[in-house]
Design a protein around this ligand. Structure first.
Ligand code: PLP
Length: 454
């Protein structure tokens, strides 16, 4: 039994952690992170870690950015809270809504604010239902997401998520949510199939599901431009254009969940731009405030906005909203954070330094543990395999990823093991030298774990 600090013991005694084995936690205890500077965080013992996941794919401007603290303090002093219900508003939420809509250059016309990505996707489900009720299409309510997609953990958003751990014993998914194939070419591609052929097959799978359910019952398709939590899955070439064509054919709304890909991650402001996606609804969070404050936004196209606005008039109100929708402190932090992203050219940095990161990780492709290196901009996944030639996964799946995660942490590197895919998603401020350090720490970790294998 390790000797726990007072803080660790109290954590074990009082705190039920998200995404944690609650019994194992009593033995392992928490690693308590005390402070952060740039791309590094420090634990309570003073150990330094290169945070190659930007927290949870989210700290764009790095840790300890003083301008965000100052923006929060200024707003706290001026107006720490006010709501946005019943025709009330305040300057930060107005400015942020204008800024977000402005980034889309006319594609979107309104922003609705929530506190988290899950709540934003929950809101999207309700909006899709409300929209179709407004249009008199009471049957058109099903939403298609993808296996391995991640959209959050509320009852509705967890139902959209396509991962077993989010459904099992939570009595989910809801019956209105359906899941189509995951566009993971390395794992799902057939021998001899090109990326384009595979994309065509993915679009046919979607069409078959729509026809099986009945197009008059299917309302929308939701997808992350690049899947994050499902294993950093980059869609094959032509995937999004083929998927969009199917959605348009059957009059499905297209929802781009840009919670990870928004604000530069792929080297473009939004992931939709990188793939030519023309969404009707966009979901933004995480890098919107660099997660210094909880905030998410749902952006709506002019057409969807008009239908919802008219329906709110018919019903007397739009009966949806959170006490802290568009919270002034969170909105003020978001505005400052987005200003920093623009002033420091962090979207461009994600493209330029991202290319360096992708090239450096690709140099590991020959490593005996590495099956595939994939990525785009400043997000990447390295999939580990038991046998490179046959792509045979490790058995049990996930044990090697967990070993890498642990060993990396001992080496001062925080990554994420998604089964046996190791994810990288560093802050957008990362420099080429820091990328080199990150990849060197990862290579050392791979070698050590490989050497320790029977
Ligand atoms: N959508 C995507 C693509 C995500 O990656 C996440 C979180 O990782 C969410 C939604 C849910 O966001 P939150 O954890 O803020 O509820």
């Amino acid at each position: 039994m390790p000797a726990f600090s007072s803080a660790q013991s109290r954590d074990i005694n009082y705190h039920l952690h998200p995404y944690t084995n609650a019994v194992a936690h009593q033995k392992i205890g928490p690693r308590i992170i005390e402070r952060g500077v740039g791309i590094y965080v420090y634990d309570e013992q003073g150990n330094k870690y290169l945070e190659a996941m930007a927290g949870l794919w989210s700290v764009a401007v790095g840790f300890g950015e003083p301008r965000l603290g100052e923006a929060a303090a200024r707003q706290m002093r001026k107006l720490p809270y006010y709501h946005t219900f019943t025709h009330k508003s305040h300057a930060p939420s107005i400015e942020l809504a204008e800024k977000l809509v402005g980034y889309t250059q006319g594609r979107m016309s309104r922003a609705f604010f929530t506190n988290s990505g899950s709540e934003a996707n929950d809101t999207v489900v309700k909006l899709v239902w409300y929209y179709n009720n407004a249009l008199g299409r009471a049957q058109k309510k099903k939403i298609i997401a993808r296996q391995r997609g991640y959209h959050g953990v509320t009852v509705a958003s967890a139902s959209l998520t396509g991962l077993a751990a989010n459904h099992r014993d939570f009595d989910l998914p809801l019956p209105q949510m359906k899941h189509t194939s995951c566009p993971h070419f390395y794992r799902q591609g057939r021998p001899g199939e090109t990326e384009e052929d595979f994309a065509t097959r993915m679009a046919s799978d979607l069409e078959a599901l729509i026809l099986e359910e009945g197009p008059e019952t299917v309302a929308a398709f939701i997808g992350e431009p690049v899947m994050g939590a499902g294993g950093v899955i980059i869609p094959p070439r032509t995937y999004w254009s083929k998927i969009q064509a199917v959605c348009r054919k059957y009059d499905l709304l297209i929802i781009a969940d840009e919670v990870i890909t928004g604000f530069g991650r792929l080297g473009t402001r939004f992931g939709s731009e990188a793939f030519g996606i023309e969404p009707d609804i966009m979901v933004l969070s995480k890098q919107i405030t660099s997660s210094y404050q909880p905030l998410a936004a749902v952006l709506l196209s002019p057409e969807v906005t008009a239908v919802i606005a008219d329906h709110s008039a018919a019903l007397g109100t739009f009966g949806h909203g959170y006490t802290t929708s568009g919270h002034p402190v969170a909105a003020a932090v978001a505005i400052e954070n987005l200003n920093i992203i623009d002033e420091r050219g962090l979207v461009e940095n994600a493209a330029a330094t991202g290319a360096i990161m992708q090239a450096a990780l690709l140099e590991l492709a020959g490593h005996p543990l590495v099956g595939e290196v994939r990525g785009m901009g400043l997000i990447a996944g390295v999939e580990l395999v038991a046998d490179k030639e046959s792509r045979r996964p490790f058995d049990p799946l996930g044990a090697t990823g967990a070993a890498i995660y642990e060993r990396a942490q001992e080496n001062g590197l925080i990554v994420r093991g998604i089964q046996d895919t190791i994810a990288f998603c560093p802050p957008l401020i990362i420099t080429p030298d820091q990328v080199a350090d990150m990849v060197a720490l990862f290579r050392k970790t791979l070698d050590e774990v490989h050497a320790s294998m029977p």
